[in-house]
Unconditional design. Structure first.
Length: 700
C-alpha cells in the first residue's frame, strides 16, 4: 500500500497520506473516529484503498468543486464555491477535486456547501460513509530489452500503449495514462509476455531511423499505435484513413501538432462522458467545427482520429493549452532508456542537431556588474572576479549545447552535453524517483550556509520553509560545516537541500577543504538548490549518486541576484511548484538567471500545492476593477488534461490547465478574497509579489 488513512493528532478527523508522492489531505469531523478497512468495490472508479467511518459531517479545509454521482456513476450535481445543494436519500459517490484523488461513497441524504474557505458535507444523522483514494504514483509495469536497430526500437516503443488505462477520450485525463514500460539496451529484442499491447486500429509508418522513432514515441503511446517501417511517415487507420506526417512544416513539427490536436479534441469530446461539465474550450471552438461530440464519444478510435484530423489546426491552435515540456534528444540508442519517462509526461520530442559551444557565457549586460568594487560572487574563491570563470572552476570539458527554444512551458535536454536554457535529464534521476522510499512523516528541509556574508538568503528562506499550516515540516539550518559534517547532511534522508555558499568543479567549499560529491557512495537528498557558482558538476554528481533532481549554476553568479533567486525558488517550492516550473519563474528575478538550470527530474515537487494546480497571476487595473490573468503549471500529479475552475465570480466554466488560462474581470473585494485562498506568485507591472501579503491599494 502506498496510501494510508490515519486519524489526526491535533483535532478530530482523518488524513489521507500518499507515502510515495509525499502528499496528504485532511478531512475534519465533529468528533473522534473509528476507522475500519473497507472494500473498494462500491466506488466504480479506480480506488486502491478504502476505509469506513461514521460521522455527521465531513469538512474539507479547502475550497474544492464537488461532483455528485449516482450509484451508476452518472452526474447528478455539481457544487462550487458559494453554492449549497441538498440531495435526498439514495446511493451516491461524491468526487471532490482534492489533491489526492478521494471519493466518498454513502447511502443517505446529505447537503454540500462551499463557502469562502472550506467545503462541508453534512448528514442528517450519524452516517456510515466509505472513503476511497488512489495514488497518482505510477511506475513501469515491465522492462523491454531492445537492440540499437531502429526496427527493434519500433517494436519496443509500440509497447508503450500497454500502459493506457482507457482507449477512449477519457485517456486524456492524466490519471488514465499509466507509465510506459522501461527500456534497456541489450543484444536482442525481448518483450515481456505480461505486456498487453493494444490493437487500436491505428499505426504510424516511419522511416527506420532512431530519430523518427524517438519523435513519434509520444504520439504512438497516446494512440496505442503500432509502428512499422516505411519510406514516408504517415498515420494510417484500419478504416483506410491516411494522414501524412511529412509536410512543409517538417516531420517533427507535424508530429507535435498531430498529438496536440488529437489530445485537445479528446479533452473536448470527453465532456460527453463521465464528467459532463461546462468546458471553456468546447464553448470556444464549437461554433467553428463541424463535429458531433456526443457521437464521437461513442465512435471507434479510427473514426475519432479521422474526424479530428479533418479540423484545420489553425482553428484550434489558440485554444490548445500550452504544452508542458519539449525534450530535445540526441538520437543515439543509449538515450532510448529515457524515452519512457518523457513519454509519461506526454512531452514533445525533438532531435534537431544542436551546435556545441565551449562555454556558458555570461550576458554582456551583466559583465559590468562583476567589476564593481563591492560585488560578492559565489565562486569558490569568494572574491571579486572580472571574467566569466576563474581557471580553477572551469570544468575540463567544452561540450555545452543550447537547444532551440520552442513554444512549451519547459525545455529539457537528453544527451551528453551540458544544456544552456534547458534541464539536463538523466536516466538515474528517473530511476531514483521510482525507487523513492515511502514516507508518511514530516517534510524534511535542510538549509546549509557556508559563508557568513550570505546571511540575507538564509534569513529569507528560513521564514519561508515550513510556513504552511496545512503541512508538517522539519526544517534544519546549519552553518560553516566541515567536510565530514556536509557529507553527513548529503547522505542523510531529506526531501530538500538548500545550499548557500561556494562550489567549483572540485567540490563544495567547507571550513576544512572541499567535499567532492562524485566521491560519495550514496546520497540521501531527494531534491536540492545549490545556490553557488559553477555548481553543475556537483549537482550532477548528487543525482548520479541517489538524488532525484535539483537546481544548479553553469557559471559565476552575483550574490545579490542569487539571494533573489534563492528566495523565489524557496517560495515557489513551498507553494507546490515543480523544480522546472519554479526555476522558469525565478530566472526573471536576476540578470544572471540564465546561468541556472535543472539537473535530473525537473518534474519533482517538494510540497503539494494547497489546492488545484500551481499558478501565477498577473494583475492590472481595469476600468471596472482589475484584470486578472492566470497561468497554470502542470505537475506530475496534475498533468496535461487536468481541469480547473478559478474561484472568481466572472468565471462560469472549467478550463484545461497548462499555460495561460484566461483573463478575468474582478472587483477589488473579489480579487482580495481570491488572493487569500492560497499563497501564489503575483506579477504586477513586472514585479513579483505573493498573494497573501500583497496590498492592491499600495501597488496601484
Amino acid at each position: 500500500m502506498t496510501l494510508t488513512f490515519e486519524p489526526l493528532d491535533d483535532q478530530d478527523g482523518i488524513q489521507v497520506i500518499d507515502e510515495i508522492e509525499r502528499q496528504r489531505y485532511r478531512l475534519y469531523t465533529p468528533g473522534p473516529l473509528d476507522c475500519e478497512p473497507a472494500s473498494t468495490d462500491p466506488f466504480l472508479f479506480p480506488v486502491s484503498d478504502a476505509v469506513s467511518i461514521r460521522t455527521t459531517e465531513l469538512v474539507l479545509p479547502t475550497v474544492v468543486m464537488v461532483y455528485v454521482r449516482d450509484a451508476d456513476g452518472s452526474m447528478v450535481g455539481e457544487v462550487q464555491q458559494f453554492e449549497s445543494e441538498s440531495f435526498e436519500e439514495d446511493a451516491y459517490i461524491l468526487d471532490p477535486c482534492t489533491q489526492i484523488k478521494t471519493y466518498v461513497h454513502l447511502d443517505a441524504a446529505f447537503e454540500v456547501s462551499v463557502d469562502l474557505n472550506e467545503t462541508r458535507i453534512e448528514f442528517e444523522s450519524p452516517t456510515e460513509v466509505l472513503l476511497g483514494a488512489r495514488s497518482q504514483h505510477d511506475r513501469p509495469a515491465a522492462t523491454v530489452t531492445t537492440t540499437d536497430d531502429p526496427v527493434d526500437m519500433m517494436a519496443a516503443v509500440e509497447t508503450f500503449g500497454s500502459a493506457l488505462k482507457a482507449h477512449d477520450p477519457e485517456r486524456s485525463y492524466p490519471t488514465l495514462r499509466g507509465h510506459p514500460p522501461a527500456i534497456e539496451l541489450g543484444d536482442r529484442l525481448d518483450i515481456p509476455s505480461q505486456l498487453d499491447v493494444p490493437d487500436t486500429g491505428v499505426r504510424l509508418e516511419l522511416p527506420p531511423d532512431l530519430a523518427s522513432v524517438f519523435v513519434a514515441a509520444p504520439l504512438s503511446y497516446y494512440l496505442g499505435a503500432s509502428l512499422v517501417p516505411a519510406s514516408e511517415p504517415r498515420l494510417v487507420t484500419d478504416t483506410g484513413f491516411s494522414y501524412s506526417l511529412d509536410t512543409a512544416r517538417g516531420f517533427e513539427t507535424e508530429v507535435g501538432r498531430t498529438l496536440k490536436r488529437l489530445f485537445f479534441l479528446d479533452c473536448v469530446t470527453r465532456t460527453e462522458g463521465f464528467h459532463q461539465i461546462s468546458l471553456h474550450e468546447r464553448h470556444a471552438i464549437e461554433p467553428y467545427v463541424d463535429l458531433d461530440f456526443a457521437a464521437l464519444y461513442e465512435a471507434s478510435l479510427s473514426e475519432q482520429v479521422a474526424a479530428y484530423l479533418d479540423v484545420p489546426y489553425d482553428v484550434l491552435e489558440e485554444h490548445i493549452p500550452e504544452w508542458r515540456l519539449t525534450a530535445h534528444v540526441d538520437p543515439v540508442a543509449a538515450n532510448a532508456e529515457q524515452l519512457p519517462y518523457v513519454v509519461d509526461d506526454l512531452a514533445l520530442v525533438r532531435t534537431h542537431e544542436q551546435p556545441t559551444m565551449n562555454e556558458a557565457s555570461i550576458p554582456a549586460e551583466a559583465q559590468a556588474e562583476f567589476t564593481r568594487n563591492d560585488v560578492i560572487t559565489r565562486s569558490a574563491g569568494a572574491g571579486t572576479v572580472t571574467r566569466a570563470a576563474t581557471a580553477d572552476t572551469v570544468p575540463p570539458r567544452d561540450d555545452y549545447v543550447q537547444p532551440q527554444s520552442t513554444d512549451t512551458l519547459e525545455q529539457a535536454w537528453i544527451g551528453d552535453s551540458i544544456p544552456i536554457g534547458a534541464s539536463k535529464l538523466t536516466v538515474e534521476a528517473f530511476q531514483h524517483r521510482l525507487d523513492r522510499e515511502r514516507n508518511a512523516g514530516d517534510i524534511s528541509i535542510t538549509v546549509v550556509q557556508n559563508d557568513t556574508r550570505m546571511e540575507a538568503e538564509r534569513h529569507l528562506v528560513d521564514e519561508v520553509y515550513g510556513s504552511r499550516e496545512d503541512l508538517p515540516f522539519d526544517v534544519t539550518v546549519e552553518q560553516d560545516l566541515t567536510r565530514a559534517e556536509l557529507e553527513r547532511v548529503l547522505t542523510s534522508d531529506t526531501e530538500f537541500f538548500h545550499y548557500i555558499g561556494h562550489t567549483d568543479y572540485e567540490g563544495f567549499t567547507c571550513t576544512d577543504g572541499k567535499l567532492d560529491a562524485t566521491e560519495l557512495d550514496s546520497v540521501g537528498v531527494d531534491t536540492f538548490l545549490l545556490n553557488a557558482c559553477n555548481s553543475y558538476n556537483q549537482g550532477l554528481a548528487l543525482v548520479e549518486n541517489g538524488a532525484i533532481g535539483g537546481i544548479v549554476t553553469l557559471n559565476e553568479v552575483l550574490n545579490d541576484g542569487a539571494v533573489r533567486i534563492g528566495e523565489t525558488v524557496a517560495r515557489l517550492m513551498n507553494c507546490g511548484f515543480p523544480l522546472r516550473a519554479a526555476l522558469t519563474i525565478a530566472r526573471d528575478e536576476s540578470i544572471l538567471g540564465g546561468q541556472y538550470i535543472v539537473v535530473g527530474d525537473g518534474g519533482i515537487t517538494v510540497t503539494q500545492v494547497q489546492s488545484g494546480t500551481p499558478n501565477l497571476l498577473e494583475i492590472s487595473e481595469a476600468e471596472d476593477g482589475f484584470s486578472v490573468t492566470m497561468y497554470t503549471y502542470p505537475t506530475d500529479v496534475k498533468g496535461l488534461g487536468t481541469i480547473i475552475m478559478p474561484f472568481i465570480e466572472s468565471c462560469e466554466s472549467h478550463f484545461l490547465t497548462s499555460g495561460r488560462l484566461g483573463t478575468f474581470r474582478a472587483t477589488h473585494d473579489e480579487i482580495s478574497e481570491f488572493l487569500k485562498l492560497q499563497e501564489v506568485p503575483v506579477r504586477i507591472d513586472g514585479d513579483l509579489h505573493w498573494s497573501t501579503s500583497v496590498d492592491l491599494r499600495t501597488v496601484f
